[in-house]
Write a protein that binds this ligand. Structure first.
Ligand code: ATP
Ligand code: MG
Length: 424
């Protein structure tokens, strides 16, 4: 006989979780709702691999970003290549746009959903394997594209029934010239206060001072109130873009709050930056966030391609859901005695073929099987014995009312779907 070694201490890896029952249903509801709504905007779903050449992320996120410097799951595979479990979806979608030769067929409107991996300190709403829904609109430079993508995010939250708990915070990062001027001012401001900055932000100071604005360290946040604002550095073009975007959002009826502190963590963002935030999840309050990233496709080796997108955390969105649609209740098929087994299986498969959720017990007497039918919250029990088989009928018992109806064997599905018996 085969011997099994018993491993008694296996647990899911820190920061990962199983999705079972209600958790899984909430999760699925988020993805399916998003899928339906982005379809209304003409977005198609793409799926890219869970791991990529490390350069897809190190190049795109820049090696000063927290994600690249501290959070990536990077490993060498058996062939000696450096691979990384994807920490986010945008870079992979841009890589896929380029490697599939789609930079000539723009715009592309892309939706994705799947797991992401970051080595973070696990806490409520923050995991090491988490999941995102995301949307990218590649190949459109107009503020209307930004407005559509943001409106679509709002519609997803509305479709999930959580829009009333979430506020859209919006900012502009301006164009390159605006950001250069702003960066210079930020470096001057923070350099004077260097000693008060967190060690992380001291390191960010030369390479990417914008990121200090995104810092979660309390000592950094204390310095932000008086820091230079992008609004004072916008070029006329950048200002026109910003005005257009806000006007279009007004036309679309998308409410927002301007927040000059929204910067997005990554290097390649410009113009639009936004976050949908809630107060219901404590420190992990951002449920869906995004912005414009006109430089990223070029960094992946493609032609300069303007783009805008967002990503939403499925776990955080799931936590906000109130009621999710209930699973359909099954019917239970119950054979009386071994002789009725074959007929019961035939009815069972006919139910499923007609689109009725149907289950049967694998063992047990009539009483046990009835108990099980009630436990699975079945709407009906379909009881079949040798007398029924001889007459070509079944007994359909409504488990809510207790009412029993004799129904022809080939008319059960029609009866269950319409509620009236079909005469033989
Ligand atoms: P945060 O500021 O919370 O770290 P982020 O700026 O790193 O978020 P993004 O890279 O913009 O997050 O990802 C988009 C969304 O994905 C976030 O708004 C959040 O809802 C979700 N998310 C990001 N990291 C995690 C994580 N470790 N666990 C669960 N959800 C996450
Ligand atoms: Mg983060």
């Amino acid at each position: 006989m085969q011997e099994y070694r018993v491993v008694s201490s296996l647990q899911p890896v820190r920061g990962t979780h199983d999705l079972i029952g209600e958790d899984r249903r909430r999760f699925t509801h988020v993805v399916e709702t998003a899928r339906r709504i982005v379809g209304l905007y003409g977005f198609d779903e793409w799926a890219t691999p869970v791991f990529e050449d490390t350069r897809v992320f190190s190049r795109s996120l820049g090696d000063t970003s927290d994600v690249v410097s501290k959070e990536m799951y990077t490993f060498e595979d058996r062939g000696g290549e450096s691979l990384t479990l994807r920490p986010e979806g945008t870079a992979a979608i841009c890589r896929a746009l380029v490697t599939n030769g789609l930079t000539q067929s723009l715009p592309q409107k892309v939706f994705y959903a799947g797991p992401m991996f970051r080595y973070e300190r696990p806490q409520k709403g923050r995991y090491r394997q988490f999941h995102q829904i995301g949307a990218e609109l590649l190949g459109a430079a107009e503020p209307l594209a930004d407005a559509e993508v943001i409106a679509m995010g709002r519609d997803v939250l509305q479709g999930l029934g959580i829009a009333h708990d979430v506020v859209l915070e919006l900012n502009t990062l301006g164009d390159m010239a605006s950001r250069d001027a702003w960066r210079t001012a930020l470096i001057a401001y923070f350099s004077e206060r260097r000693a008060e900055l967190s060690p992380d932000s001291q390191a960010r100071l030369e390479r990417n001072p914008l990121r200090i604005l995104d810092s979660k360290a309390a000592q950094d946040r204390a310095l932000l109130a008086d820091a230079p604002m992008i609004a004072d550095f916008l070029t006329p073009d950048a200002r026109t873009f910003w005005d257009d975007l806000r006007r279009t959002l007004d036309v679309m009826g998308v409410k927002f709050r301007e927040n000059p502190r929204i910067v997005r963590g990554l290097d390649y963002y410009g113009h639009t930056a936004f976050e949908f935030v809630t107060e219901r999840l404590g420190a992990q309050g951002t449920v869906l966030a995004g912005g414009r990233y006109d430089g990223l496709v070029a960094e992946m080796g493609g032609p300069a391609t303007p783009a805008i997108g967002w990503a939403g955390g499925i776990e955080r969105l799931s936590m906000l859901l109130e009621d999710i649609p209930a699973e359909p209740r099954p019917v239970a098929v119950i054979p009386m005695g071994a002789d009725a087994q074959a007929a019961a299986i035939t009815v069972l498969q006919a139910m499923r073929g007609a689109g009725v959720r149907a289950e049967t017990s694998y063992r047990g007497n009539m009483k046990r099987r009835m108990e099980r039918a009630n436990r699975m919250n079945a709407t009906h029990a379909i009881v079949i014995g040798s007398d029924e088989i001889a007459r070509g009928v079944v007994q359909v018992k409504d488990l809510d009312s207790g009412q029993q109806t004799e129904v022809p064997m080939d008319g059960v599905a029609a009866f269950l779907l319409s509620g009236t018996p079909k005469k033989a």
